[in-house]
Design a protein around this ligand. Sequence first.
Ligand SMILES: Nc1ncnc2c1ncn2[C@@H]1O[C@H](COP(=O)(O)OP(=O)(O)O)[C@@H](O)[C@H]1O
Ligand SMILES: [Mg+2]
Length: 141
Amino acid sequence: MEKYLSNSVNETEKIAFNIAKSTPIGSVVELIGELGAGKTAFAKGFAKGLGIADTITSPTFALLNSYVGDNGIKLNHFDLYRLEDIEELFLLGFEEILNSKNEISLVEWPQIAESIMPKHKIIITISKLSSTEREIKVEHL
Ligand SMILES: Nc1ncnc2c1ncn2[C@@H]1O[C@H](COP(=O)(O)OP(=O)(O)O)[C@@H](O)[C@H]1O
Ligand SMILES: [Mg+2]
């Protein structure tokens, strides 16, 4: 397990950028943290680390936004916050997408789909220490 301390949005993005660089293709990354913790800030830095130039927004209303980086790596960015029925995930092919060996999936609010999340994953937990400080914990399961 690794822990990082961030003192700004910029630092959170940089930490995420570096984590992305060392994330193997095929990984599933869970992103956990309360509203305002910095999950979207993390996702932005993570995407940049994969060579994605597009602006990353929270896919809150889309459930899934996908991007392709300049090196051809595809990033699937899920936000399950507004998911009402796990059935929606089956319709979307959620499990197949997470299983893609040549893509990386980043899942915000994975708790909602806990029963179908894979065993092997990277869990990122962002905790608010103050208005500007965040602890970013990285666990490899
Ligand atoms: N160190 C930090 N890292 C990330 N966000 C921070 C930090 N310090 C303050 N913030 C603020 O916290 C908020 C995080 O928002 P956001 O990334 O949308 O969170 P979430 O997606 O988890 O709801 C932003 O308003 C941002 O300016
Ligand atoms: Mg968000």
